[in-house]
Ligand binder design. Sequence first.
Ligand SMILES: [Zn+2]
Length: 199
Amino acid sequence: MNSYPNALQGLVEHLMKLPGVGRKTAARLAFHMVRMPAEAAADLAAAIIEVKRRLSLCSFCQNLTEHDPCPICRDGARVSGQLCVVEYPADVASIENSGAFKGRYFVLHGLLAPMQGLGPDDLRLERLRQIVVEQNITEVVVATNPTVEGNATALFLSRFLRPLGVHLSRPACGLPVGADLEYMDPVTIRKSLDGRGPF
Ligand SMILES: [Zn+2]
C-alpha cells in the first residue's frame, strides 16, 4: 500500500537501497529531507553528484581518490615494502586514524563470495600481484575482518601471494579495549588467549 505522495514514495524507495536502511529509517530520513530548507536539500543532492563526478579509484591501491595516484601512494615518507590489504575504503581510514601502520594499502572492495559469483577477478587480485612484484613488497598484512568470509578470503590471499616470497601476517584478534570478560563470547576469549603476550 502506497499512502505517500508519489515524490515522497520515490525518495523512500531510493533511500531503502542504502546499506542498513530499512523502510522505517528510510521514511524517517525522507520526512527529514522534506522539512529541510530548500538550499540544504540542494546541497545534499549536489554533494552526492559531486562525489560521483570527482572520485575514482587509485590505479595502485584501488582506494577512492580525487587524484590518481592517491595521496598515500604518492607519499614518499610511507614505509616501502609493506602493504596492508583491506576490504573497503573505510577500513583504510580507520587504520590511518589509528596511526599504527605506515606502509601502503590495497583495497579489495569486497570479499570472495563464490555463491554470489564474486571471484578473484572482481577483487582485482592480478593487480595486487603486479603491485607486490613491481613495488618490491616484502610484507603483506591481510586485514580483512575476522568473519567467515573475511577469513576465507585471507586464506585464499595467503595461498595466492605465498609463491611471491612475501611475509604474510594477519592482525591479532582479541579483547577490545575496555571489554569485560564476563560479557565476551567464547571465540573472542579463546582468540585473545591464543594470541596472549608478555606484560
Ligand atoms: Zn593509492
